[in-house]
Design a protein. Structure first.
Length: 366
């Protein structure tokens, strides 16, 4: 199979971690007989330095021409970098908003997985972390409170602010379909999270999700109120497979879920549109504080590449191979500095490696 991938190395540690993900992809391609065609484009600060803007129309066209986009991260030190002296629409992050809009990316996927070998980093009770968890938070990305009408007015001498939360049934249906499709590739369970005891938008959400569920009799659906879900994520995260939710609830719950894994350098993410196309990137930022030192953890980006194979190319076996290789290097006690155990006795049993070596170790184990 020919895989056309546009890469956005971006800023900070972005180029380092994308290089390692490409190394692993090439290893997968060699083993399974695929051809990988990559093209790099500039975005964020790297594009500002060359073109004066964070994303050009040519770069968008290159992204659209590919089957999927693999991104490192964009942005610099927000207090010292000259990029942040520019007006907001010219700063690095506006490139990200622009590409999400141009590619119509409405579904955000963030897996939160606790690896046995990193269970010590989990801030939850020992019996909870020992049970482990592997969930996928699926967040609607282009509707709801963040995109509704807003205003601040003065009434009777007092300021009054209003935000509106609107969802149409089509917006709910398309993300629900994605959620159920993804559950079919996992453990066949969807937990739809809403606040249907209070909000009309949530009642519509629940109704439409129920309608979509009729086409997926092999997937179990449950509903959960968002406040309960926030509690369950710390009490019993192992119960979740796919959590399907709207924009703001998903924003908050996905950060909560990633914190309970305890390891920011391990967390992948994807943003999808209504075709197989997706943009895949680590959940973390560009870490300008460690850029260029060969100490960044490339695993989140490598696992994002695995998601790309699974969701944009339906190459499940190849994605499994990457995930297994990541587990294997952890089992062999290789660690980048961010995932070293805090305990010095345990740390002394680990083999500390840099970004490049971690990428090579994973590529070799494919
Ligand atoms: P960050 O995630 O870049 O860094 C937070 C901390 O985690 C830092 O100490 C960093 O060294 C560490 N860290 C992050 N990724 C790591 C990795 N792979 N390996 C080892 N350590 C890692 O968050 P921040 O410092 O708040 O933001 C830095 C820049 O990244 C900002 O310009 C921000 O706007 C940008 N950002 C971009 C994206 C994106 O491109 N999608 C997302 C978040 C932040």
């Amino acid at each position: 199979m020919e895989l056309k991938i546009t890469c956005i190395p971006g800023d900070g540690i972005g180029p380092e971690i994308v290089t390692e993900a490409k190394k692993v992809l090439n290893s997968v391609a060699a083993k399974y007989g695929h051809t990988i065609l990559t093209k790099d484009i500039l975005m964020g600060g790297a594009s500002i330095d060359v073109h004066g803007i964070p994303l050009t129309d040519e770069a968008i066209a290159d992204a659209k021409a590919a089957d999927a986009v693999l991104m490192g991260s964009i942005g610099g030190n927000t207090t010292t970098s000259p990029w942040y002296k520019l007006s907001p629409e010219k700063r690095p992050e506006s490139g990200l908003l622009k590409i999400r809009k141009a590619l119509n990316l409405f579904a955000n996927l963030r897996p939160a997985v606790l690896y046995d070998e990193l269970a010590d980093a989990c801030p939850l009770k020992k019996e909870t972390s020992e049970a482990g968890f592997d969930m996928m938070i699926m967040r609607e990305l282009t509707g709801g409170l963040y995109f509704g009408e807003r205003k601040t007015v003065t009434e009777n001498g007092k300021r009054v602010a209003t935000d509106t939360l609107t969802y149409s049934e089509d917006e709910i249906r398309r993300i629900a379909v994605k959620g159920f499709d993804i559950a079919r590739k996992r453990r066949h369970k969807v937990t739809s999270v809403d606040k249907a005891n209070v909000l009309d938008s949530s009642r519509l959400w629940r109704n439409v999700v129920e309608e979509v569920a009729k086409d997926y009799s092999d997937v179990t659906l449950e509903h959960m109120l968002v406040d309960n879900c926030a509690m369950q994520l710390v009490k019993d995260p192992g119960q979740f497979d796919v959590i399907l939710t709207e924009n703001m609830f998903g924003d908050i719950l996905s950060d909560e879920a990633s914190m309970v894994t305890g390891s920011i350098g391990m967390l992948a993410s994807a943003s999808l549109n209504d075709t197989k196309f997706g943009l895949y990137e680590p959940s973390h930022g560009s870490a300008p504080d460690i850029a260029g030192q060969d100490i960044a953890n490339p695993i989140a980006t490598i696992l994002s590449a695995a998601m790309m194979l699974r969701y944009s190319f339906d190459l499940d076996k190849e994605a499994d191979a990457i995930e297994a290789a990541v587990k294997q290097v952890l089992k062999e006690n290789y660690r980048t500095v961010d995932i070293m155990p805090q305990d010095s006795a345990k740390a002394s049993q680990m083999k500390k490696v840099g970004c490049r070596e971690m990428g090579s170790l994973i590529a070799e184990r494919i």
